[in-house]
Design a protein around this ligand. Sequence first.
Ligand SMILES: [Zn+2]
Length: 332
Amino acid sequence: MGINISKAIDLHLHLDGAISLKSARELARLQQISIPESDEELTMMMRVSPDCTNLNEFLEKFEFPCSLLQTEIGIETAMFNLCEELSDRDLAYAEVRFAPSKCCDKGLTQGQVVRAAVKGMKRSKMNCRLILCCMRGDNDTVNKETIQVAKQFIADGVVGVDLAGAEALYPTKWYEDLFKLARELDIPFTIHAGEAAGAESILAAIDMGARRIGHGTHSMENPEVIEKLANRQIPVEMCPTSNLQTHAIENIEDLPLRKFIEAGILVTINTDDPTIEGTTIYDEWQKVIETFNLTDAEIRQLRTNSIKASFLSDEEKKKLQKELENYIQTIN
Ligand SMILES: [Zn+2]
């Protein structure tokens, strides 16, 4: 392979799905939370079981990591540790997302939660930004507060909002009003859509003004979706292993990657929840390169797609593009 796939970009990465064992131990110690001493037992608590049958079951795995994110020091440290680990793995850029509303069990406000996460992120040298998740199933007031907090931090580490959670139970179209607020406040947003629900969910997200689509796995069910994603250049955040584990697809070959490329859609490769899934961004790349026999030109295209799809400013995108071009030249 001519192109080395280090310096990857991950645009779809959940903080609570990415807490390493080492970080979990530190967070537990800092907050006097007791956790299993053996790595094997801890891994079982944090990783999805091989017989997971759907997204709802997969989502249960977030309960434990979320319990480590209920104090300012816990959130700051978790974010700092993740950024340092991404930097150690030589990622060029990442957008890390999480739901501040899920970190308020011990009385923190969403604003305090996000302030702590931003602080942890800024302590690290990693080129990273935050996306705040609204949650399917949370009440409207809580989700609207997430959007208001995003507005407060938009020039200060936060670059957008998202809608996450049980898509099959809470249809995308129910959140029209919520994303109207995001549009009014000029906050870019991505929506998890077409993962546990069909193409209609993606259409709803596009119609609501989503700047990106999380997963979009079921796009191929409806030609209108493909046409809209391609014509409006709405990027898709593909997460291969996650899709297998939540049974959005049954085989890796079922990922619509080549179809997306052929249709001219800005598809990107991401991890979703590396700890829960037991994966890394490089494992994800390896999987798609092997499954779809990607050429060097296609790998380059996918990397460029990630830069274009990011919620960075045009100037920051150019800088990142330059950094990666220089990198490719030096290794060739
Ligand atoms: Zn996700």
